[in-house]
Design a protein around this ligand. Structure first.
Ligand SMILES: Nc1ncnc2c1ncn2[C@@H]1O[C@H](COP(=O)(O)OP(=O)(O)OP(=O)(O)O)[C@@H](O)[C@H]1O
Ligand SMILES: [Mg+2]
Length: 234
């Protein structure tokens, strides 16, 4: 039988991060089972560190982090298969010469037949409005198109969890809205969204407010975001 922990979204048990001689995250204990979770807080508060822990990109220096029932250290390979990560800078996320090759690269460890993988790439290109750019050099896309390409590469794998660290930071309003629609579409994935766009944060079910490496608020996003805003608007 599957235990409650095995299906839970994100669980921190005394997880801390020390980098060099800096305590970047104090021990954090959190159990987040909402489908969409925002992480808000000032620059340097530790949000990206939380995202990296959840995605298994860094290890906690104390405690444990469990995501989708996987320990992010012990079950790192399984977690990598089930999650996708999107960052702010679309240039840093392009690895192949053309748009279609870049999306196909995300399926490099997928064992399904070649024709099936090609069909998935095609469906993903259409979903993200990139089918007309299929054979274009990826580096010649606009910033907004590059970020859609990054999302396309993330979503083509049908991830159970998308970890997005300021995915709209470099985008104009129109492209930010398009990216947000994909992040929030109801196709079943969970979302951990680090963002300074508080309207976007409010669209999540739950928010976590980090200040100086500590969790100072967690709960329904509207309330947590309002409390965060009140820290500089009072
Ligand atoms: N390798 C490192 N060694 C020491 N301190 C680090 C290291 N990497 C990050 N930090 C510190 O950890 C803290 C948290 O960084 P983090 O990138 O998680 O913040 P953030 O909330 O994502 O900020 P921003 O909103 O600016 O992206 C910062 O004070 C940063 O200077
Ligand atoms: Mg950051």
């Amino acid at each position: 039988m599957t235990s409650a922990t095995a299906v839970s979204g994100i669980r921190f048990d005394g997880a801390a991060v020390r980098l060099g001689d800096a305590d970047v995250l104090a021990p954090i204990s959190l159990d987040l089972d909402a489908r969409t979770v925002a992480v808000v807080g000032d620059n340097g508060s530790g949000k990206s560190t939380v995202a990296r822990l959840v995605a298994g990109l860094i290890r906690p220096t104390a405690g444990t982090v469990r995501v989708l029932g996987c320990d992010t250290v012990r079950d790192a390979a399984a977690l990598r298969r089930r999650t996708a990560i999107v960052f702010s800078n679309p240039d840093a996320q392009i690895v192949m010469p053309t748009v279609a090759e870049d999306v196909a690269f995300s399926l490099r460890s997928d064992r399904s037949p070649r024709s099936e993988r090609a069909a998935r790439v095609e469906r993903a290109l259409q979903r993200f409005g990139l089918e007309g750019q299929r054979d274009h050099p990826a580096h010649e896309l606009s910033g907004g198109q590059k970020q859609l390409l990054a999302l396309c590469g993330a979503f083509v794998r049908d991830p159970e969890l998308v970890v997005a660290d300021e995915p709209t930071a470099f985008l104009d309003g129109r492209n930010a809205a398009r990216v947000a629609e994909h992040l929030f579409d109801g196709t079943g994935h969970r979302l951990l969204l680090v963002t300074h766009d508080l309207d976007l944060a409010r669209r999540c079910q739950v928010a976590v407010h980090i200040e100086a490496g500590r969790v100072v608020g967690t709960g329904p996003a509207a309330g947590v975001v309002a409390d965060y805003e009140s820290t500089w608007r009072r």
